[in-house]
Write a protein that binds this ligand. Structure first.
Ligand SMILES: NC(=O)c1ccc[n+]([C@@H]2O[C@H](COP(=O)([O-])OP(=O)(O)OC[C@H]3O[C@@H](n4cnc5c(N)ncnc54)[C@H](O)[C@@H]3O)[C@@H](O)[C@H]2O)c1
Length: 305
């Protein structure tokens, strides 16, 4: 079966591609390489250096994918505050372009990846799928807006879909140039540099290991659960201070973090209720944050060597 992965040169998309190929799927990647890396592109995949807002028609016409896994996006929340038009162009218009290609070329199913940033500041924890949606950033708004388009293409054109809203993803291939805390801190601490903690470090996140995520998304391709939108995270809260202390242990860093003021638009605490995805799709993460952080540090070490 042929699967087209948008963003297949990126952090999550490249692991997803590797897993798909391991499981016997044929993979086509569309990526504009804005943050993707050539070295992560699986050589067994067909690769198109193309923008989401470019000529997807030609790619779909040639490749005729049955399934689309749509990951390409601006994923940088802080950049979305500085460049909201770029964010919306990529995440909303780009998704419409993908959906139009799906409609015209009779794709069977789309798996769309959304984010915890859609929720905004939670009014109750853990956050379940029916929690109110009040995104506090252009990124949260654009990713959530695109969900409505996915739903609409299902209603109007019968395009089957699943939507997964991830917690904070971390693991090998995390790019330390992004704002993702595990990769950023690991890279700095292995270089003996102090990482910056925004605020007092008591803020918490719900982390998910990228390989658990990739395996699960591939497992879900043939599934037809009753619900269509699921939270995907470990369902556990890890504070930035706890994370810093764990990484200190694994990296051998013996300094302290630098505390700087908290950033507007970022929530203080978030943790997901994952009971729906457990019940309907059997989700059970294989890695705790502690186990995943250790593997991540090992990966960063091997790259530095
Ligand atoms: N990393 C996380 O913690 C996290 C959390 C929640 C949701 N997500 C979602 O997962 C998806 C993948 O995120 P990631 O962490 O792998 O990010 P990433 O930046 O590593 O990957 C995104 C990929 O999309 C490509 N891309 C960006 N804009 C494009 C465009 N206009 N046209 C074609 N390709 C384009 C990039 O080059 C890159 O390869 C995104 O949709 C993101 O919203 C990520």
């Amino acid at each position: 079966m042929k699967v087209l992965v948008t963003g297949g040169a990126g952090f999550i998309g490249s692991h997803l591609t590797d897993t798909l190929i391991k499981e016997g799927y044929e993979v086509v990647i569309v990526d504009n390489m804005s943050t993707g890396k050539r070295e992560y592109v699986n050589p067994q995949a067909s690769f198109y250096h193309e923008d989401l807002n470019g000529n997807l028609d030609a790619v779909f016409e040639k490749e005729k994918p049955e399934i689309v896994m749509h990951l390409a996006a601006n994923v940088d929340l802080r950049k979305s505050l500085q460049e909201p038009i770029h964010d919306a162009t990529t995440n909303i218009l780009g998704t419409i372009n993908v959906l139009e290609a799906c409609r015209k070329h009779k794709v069977r199913k789309i798996i769309y990846t959304s984010t915890s940033a859609r929720v905004g500041e939670p009014v109750r924890l853990p956050v379940a799928e029916d929690h109110p949606i009040n995104p506090l950033s252009p990124y949260g708004i654009s990713k959530h807006t695109a969900e409505h388009y996915v739903w609409m293409y299902h209603q109007l054109y019968g395009l089957d879909y699943l939507i997964f809203c991830f917690g904070n993803v971390y693991g090998p291939r995390d790019d330390p140039k992004t704002t993702r805390v595990t990769g950023l801190f690991t890279d700095k601490m292995l270089r003996g540099e102090a990482p910056k903690i925004f605020g007092d470090g008591t803020q918490t996140r719900d982390f998910i290991y990228v390989l658990d995520l990739a395996e699960f998304l591939v497992f879900c391709i043939p599934k037809t659960p009753e619900h269509k939108l699921f939270h995907l995270a470990n369902g556990t809260q890890v504070s930035v201070n706890e994370l810093f202390n764990l990484l200190k242990k694994y990296t051998g860093f013996n300094g302290e973090a630098i505390h700087v003021p908290a950033i507007k638009g970022e929530v203080h605490d978030i943790v997901f209720d994952t009971s729906l995805v457990q019940r309907e799709l059997g989700w059970k993460p294989r890695h705790t944050y502690e186990q995943g952080a250790r593997e991540t540090v090992e990966w960063f070490k091997s790259r530095m060597n």
